[in-house]
Design a protein around this ligand. Sequence first.
Ligand code: NAD
Length: 367
Amino acid sequence: METEVVNTNELYKVDPVFGQQSFDNHEQIVFCNDKDTGLKAIIGIHNTVLGPALGGTRMWQYTSEWEALNDVLRLSRGMTFKSAITGLNLGGGKAVIIGDAKTQKTPELMKRFGEFVHSLSGKYITAEDIGMNTEDMDLVRSVTPYVTGISETLGGAGNPSPITAYGVFMGMKAAAKYAFGTDVLEDRVVYVQGIGHVGEVLVEHLTNEGAKVHIADINQERLEEVRDKYGATIYEGGNIYAEEMDIYAPCALGATINDQTISQLKAKVVAGAANNQLAEEQKHGLELRKKGIVYAPDFLINAGGIINVYAELENYGRQEIMSKTENIYNTTLEILKNAEKNDVTTHQAAFNMANRRIEERKEKNKQ
Ligand code: NAD
């Protein structure tokens, strides 16, 4: 009988962790397994120079462990730069739980996950992300203090989405100021793609200011609800990217600025809540720049949520949350000017500013 010869060189071509595409000198990656509850999770700690690594936990039915690993590596890295540019004393981390949040999430599983978080002694602090809610964080809180996004009755800061929306609105106004010479959005044509928790509140701010708001979503019921509440126009067409508009606000999925959409884009400003809007940071950042489209970096303008959970750690109140979020306006304007001055993309300028803060702290810590 012939046995199949397995070419181990092929199997080992890509190093399992440090050789991953999204690996970027992460400090620590923790694989968590619990047979009794079925928990399979990965905690990614990207960088803790500025403080403990804070970032949400995502529960998702990944098609493979590679996909889960790459997601946690990519997301935790993003958190490092988001917190750094926002001026928070936090590092970047994120966790993923492999599984279906609708059918596989149990209180026992959440508590076991909390115990793994606790075992890191505060180096990683968790929060909500996709597939998680406040009740889940309350369960985690029952076994560890290293969690944010808990119920207000337990000392939490409450729903972060309205704060995220306010930050996006501030970033959008700054981008408008840069592109049009005024940050008044009255009569500006704005397309909001995705009217979920963040998108809806953004629509509210925009309509209050008199912008001409068009809304797109895959959920028809939501569309009608938001139209009736704010008088926005439902987008009925099939290709939002090719529409004439002043501002495109992606508030649903990432990677909508890509090879297919960028050539069609007629907007003069891109400013929205979605994470990772550029399919390829460098390439698409540069193409937007060449087309004269002002891009407000996503990780900068959608930082309201993290400002909100940071309040739980630092014990500051609503007023400070709002003033820190409002400051996104100034930072965005500074970044847009810096990018022009240094002839780099706005994404790169934001990244450089965040990195500078981390490097400065690193030097200071050595002293
Ligand atoms: P959500 O799930 O409440 O809303 C997303 C909306 O997008 C839903 O209404 C959904 O139907 C719609 N949608 C999905 N696919 C779509 C498509 N192809 N076209 C149009 N609409 C589509 O999410 P959210 O909390 O409002 O967050 C929106 C985005 O902002 C996400 O990318 C999220 O990662 C990011 N973000 C959110 C926060 C926060 O505080 N919630 C913070 C930072 C970043």
